[in-house]
Design a binder for this molecule. Structure first.
Ligand SMILES: [Zn+2]
Length: 80
């Protein structure tokens, strides 16, 4: 019988803090207000059929510095 990997073990190798998840994310983006690359905070904006849309906010001044669609990894069933 095949043993299913414990999901917790997949996360345990990166324990940099509560905001670190499985996916690589941009942690610094250029902020026009601060005039330099700044650490960003990720905020969920919208849930779209193709994925979740996130907004990146400057951690210092909360300026919106970018958005990203986090595509769902699970394969979609396409009925043709
Ligand atoms: Zn800023």
């Amino acid at each position: 019988m095949k043993r299913v990997a414990d999901p917790a073990s997949l996360f345990s190798r990166r324990e940099n803090g509560p905001d670190v998840y499985k996916e690589f994310d941009a942690t610094e983006l250029y902020c026009p207000k601060c005039n330099q690359s700044m650490p960003v905070r990720k905020r969920l904006l919208l849930i779209l059929p193709e994925g979740d849309k996130y907004e990146y906010l400057c951690a210092h001044c909360s300026e919106s510095v970018g958005t990203k669609i986090d595509k769902h990894d699970k394969p979609l069933t396409i009925i043709t």
